[in-house]
Design a protein around this ligand. Structure first.
Ligand code: AMP
Length: 368
């Protein structure tokens, strides 16, 4: 039963969720919202978008268009977003009108790799050694301090390996600085990791916390290719990784689903966790939860941002998620014929190389 939404009252089914950004993450959030009787209104600048096919309403306008943002805010009850590069002014404009979850603080900290690394170390968690780089002279000093190999990353707008360059023994530093566009950057010491993992977790408006099991991620060409659960780490390592995410969520006053990408250094009894980055949104390494967990990350996100109780994050078996990148999506017929494979396609018209077109999840009963 839907009830009318009253200003200042908790939300109920029948409410309208505003989503900034119209890609596959917004699409999957909107599908989950619909399951809970919540209609979605997408705000995005592109005239065509994966999320438009499944949303009740859309606004096509630039993120800086205040008149369009004001109309959007008027039409929705709560606002969330699918990507961390929402301009700060857009977030502030919306937050002044409707609840914005996750909030502007979480966005500001995680949009900038330097502030994010400082914040994570302030929580007593380990990050790769790092230095701020604002000039070629800074870069030379930072490389001298951290040694080679190391990784130079832009402070803002990096994803899937974009905006970063590895500095090896023979790398010319002026070329490396040029390669990232001479932007404000961070130099990180190279972490010789054994595994890449992530914690996908949710925090509710009441501070409740629910983490999915630790995911192990395999990247190819800097893009996530596979996620497998359980991760091949000790129970103690998994517990420390989840505790790191809990601490980060609490310190940010976070509401919604987020992911913390981490490196595992060492094996077995000598394993340790190094935090790489925080994504203030649902995350590709959480896609397995749609069939592999009691509550999907998308349903969990809608529950959290609407102030509803969080669902169980318990896992349903051994799970694998395979991303379908570029032409891999042409395998759709074969994947549909595979018993037990769950195919998700994002409705993108054109399969460009490196473009995430869909994913498949496979769940097997766990032995034992
Ligand atoms: P990021 O954009 O920070 O998620 O980095 C993309 C990928 O680059 C990571 O998934 C790692 O495989 C690799 N990488 C990033 N930073 C480091 C580092 N400090 N040491 C080793 N590998 C790294």
């Amino acid at each position: 039963m839907s009830a009318p939404v009253v200003e200042g009252q908790p939300l109920a089914p029948g409410a309208v969720l505003g989503i900034i950004g119209g890609g596959q993450l917004a699409r999957m959030i909107a599908l989950a919202a619909a399951d809970l009787g919540i209609a979605s209104h997408i705000f995005a600048p592109e005239p065509e978008n994966p999320a438009f096919d499944v949303a009740a309403a859309k606004t096509v306008a630039p993120y800086e268009d205040e008149a369009a943002l004001a109309r959007f805010a008027e039409a929705v009850d709560v606002v969330t977003y699918e990507f961390e590069n929402v301009p700060a002014a857009t977030a502030a404009f919306l937050a002044a009108r409707k609840p914005l979850h996750p909030g502007a603080h979480a966005l500001a900290v995680t949009q900038d790799r330097l502030s994010e690394k400082r914040f994570v170390s302030e929580q007593g968690l380990t990050v790769a050694p790092f230095r701020a780089v604002d000039s070629l002279a800074d870069l030379e000093a930072a490389v001298a301090a951290l040694g080679r190999p190391c990784v130079l990353k832009t402070r803002r707008f990096g994803y899937d390996g974009k905006g970063q360059v590895k500095i090896l023994a023979g790398t010319d530093l002026a070329d490396a600085y040029e390669a990232i566009g001479r932007q404000p950057a961070v130099l990180e010491g190279f972490v010789s990791f054994a595994r890449e993992v992530s914690v996908v977790a949710a925090r509710g408006t009441d501070g409740s916390f629910a983490a999915f099991d630790l995911c192990e991620n395999e990247h190819r060409d800097h893009i996530l290719a596979f996620t497998r659960i359980p991760a091949q780490v000790t129970a103690g390592t998994e517990a420390s990784a989840i505790e790191a995410a809990r601490r980060i969520g609490a310190a940010l006053g976070y509401v919604g689903v987020f992911a913390v990408e981490m490196f595992i250094v060492g094996e077995g009894a000598s394993e340790s966790v190094v935090v790489n980055e925080i994504a203030p949104r649902v995350h590709n390494s959480g896609h397995w939860t749609s069939e592999g967990a009691q509550t999907s990350q998308f349903h969990q996100h809608v529950r959290a941002v609407c102030g509803f109780p969080l669902g169980s994050a318990a896992r349903r078996g051994r799970v694998e998620m395979e991303n379908l990148i570029g032409d891999a999506a042409l395998r759709w017929r074969e994947l549909l014929a595979e018993p037990g494979a769950h195919l998700h396609l994002y409705g993108k018209r054109e399969a460009r190389a490196g473009r995430k077109m869909g994913h498949v999840t496979r769940v097997w009963p766990e032995q034992g």
